[in-house]
Design a protein around this ligand. Structure first.
Ligand code: UD1
Length: 430
């Protein structure tokens, strides 16, 4: 098993290139199922989750080709020429939750889909009831059998007005894709406004869909007979950019985030400002710095976009762990997203969790320790804490990071971090 070994205390300085967003690339890849023409996606990050999604799409009969010569990220050409297989098997769905997005696209294109139910995961139960209710409102018949969602719409999907009781990124994306090819108009109220949803909507329009209200909480989709191919560049990863912004602040360094979209990071940078972190934006480049790495204590509540993202909560907890004074995090999106807290405590952080809130009392000195990553954002929070800690931190469970951070150690090493990947020998002792 791979581990990351980090020696803390090095201020990071330099420029980090920001990759395409994993959470945008995954639904965009699924959108290829909606047409028999080719969808070409550029700025796709090289990540394990993208490989898994390619595997799933190939299983559905999609030809996935790497187009050589991309100057940033990968360029993928996806062609879902008939016949399209409509079964998404457990072995793949189980590895990547975003697989459930094929449901809407397959139903819209072929009138049927059998998709294994995604299980819960470390950060919570994560049901898909809103995906299913929305599709039912559009005329789909849905049965749950043998751990699978079996859906059919023999006469095709029809437009409907769907009001989500709470904001769901995945349900909005699934229903957008379904509605693009449905008969009539679909109205999605209380829709997610995350930049990744907006990116999908723009790509669908480039493929011939008619979606109005993009970027608002009310999306109006006029269904069309067929979609066609398109070329689309994946939006830069705001969570990766936010993570490196924390890396600059927590190490008392200064980083330029090359390619980051500041307009997607409003709540993150506003919170950093309150903590005393310097964020400036000039000539299309964002610069983040802090003179000491010890910012002021501050509070954070996670909310759907444009609120503070739940996917940045763990990284900010690392920053709070070394802040001057107390900080409070309230997590409103997922029910079990503080698993990094006990691991940070092993490094000397002073954290008390009460239900959905965590009180963090800043401690000027964290000490390196062996720690275990439990999910993607929790793992990177431990890397951040390790870079601020005295001595050596060994982060286990690094495969989580490989799902979502492109060339993490390489990018960090290039700006001065002392970080290397090794193998845990104990894992191979008989
Ligand atoms: C996406 C992101 C994930 C991010 C999350 C919230 C991808 C691949 N993943 O996940 O990184 O943390 O948005 O910004 O884009 N819920 C239900 N029923 C449903 C759907 C959701 O109860 O049918 C609940 C979830 O359990 C969660 C909340 O709604 O508590 C928000 O989840 P959702 O926005 O759907 O997250 P994902 O799309 O799974």
């Amino acid at each position: 098993m791979d581990q990351l070994v980090i020696r803390g205390g090095k201020p990071l300085r330099g420029t980090i290139p920001i990759s395409g967003a994993k959470n945008a690339a995954l639904p965009l890849m699924v959108a290829s199922l909606l047409t028999e023409d080719s969808l070409t996606l550029s700025n796709v990050p090289a990540l394990d989750d993208i490989v898994t999604m390619s595997e799933l799409l190939k299983n559905h009969g999609v030809a996935v080709e790497d187009v050589p010569g991309a100057n940033r990220g990968r360029t993928l050409r996806l062609t879902a020429a008939p016949p399209v297989s409509t079964v998404a098997p457990y072995e793949i769905v189980n590895r990547i939750r975003a697989s459930v997005l094929v449901l809407g696209a397959l139903l819209a294109r072929t009138g049927e889909a059998t998709v294994s139910m995604p299980g819960g995961d470390a950060i919570g139960i994560r049901p898909i009831d809103q995906h299913l209710k929305g599709l039912e409102a559009m005329g789909a018949k849905i049965e749950l059998k043998g751990g699978n969602v079996i859906a059919s719409a023999p006469g095709g999907l029809r437009g409907a007005t769907i009001r989500f009781p709470f904001v769901s990124v995945g349900a909005t994306e699934n229903l957008l894709m379904a509605a693009a090819l449905a008969k009539g108009t679909t109205i999605l109220e209380n829709a997610a406004r995350e930049p990744e949803v907006t990116d999908l909507a723009h790509c669908l329009n480039a493929m011939g869909a008619t979606i109005h209200g993009i970027g608002t909480e009310c999306l109006v989709v006029q269904g069309v007979e067929a979609l066609h191919g398109a070329e689309h560049a994946v939006v830069p990863d705001r969570i990766e950019a936010g993570t490196y912004a924390v890396a600059a602040a927590i190490t008392g360094g200064e980083l330029v985030l090359d390619g980051a979209r500041t307009d997607h990071l409003g709540a993150v940078f506003e919170t950093m400002g309150k903590a005393g972190v310097n964020v400036s934006n000039g000539l299309g480049k964002v610069r983040v710095s802090h003179p000491t790495g010890r910012c002021r204590g501050f509070d954070v509540i996670t909310h759907p976009y444009p609120g503070f993202p739940t996917d940045m909560q763990a990284q900010f907890m690392a920053l709070m762990a070394v802040a001057d004074g107390a900080s409070l995090i309230t997590e409103t999106i997922f029910e079990n997203r503080f698993m990094h807290a006990p691991e940070l405590s092993r490094m000397g952080a002073d954290i008390t969790v009460h239900g959905s809130s965590a009180m963090v009392r800043g401690n000027p000195r964290l000490r390196g320790a062996p720690v275990m990553a439990t999910d993607l954002r929790a793992s990177v929070c431990l890397v951040l804490a390790g870079m601020a800690a005295e001595g050596e931190t060994v982060v286990n469970g690094v495969y989580h990071l490989d799902r979502g951070y492109e060339r993490l150690e390489e990018k960090l090493r290039a700006v001065g971090a002392d970080i290397r990947r090794t193998q845990d020998d104990r894992a191979i002792v008989p």
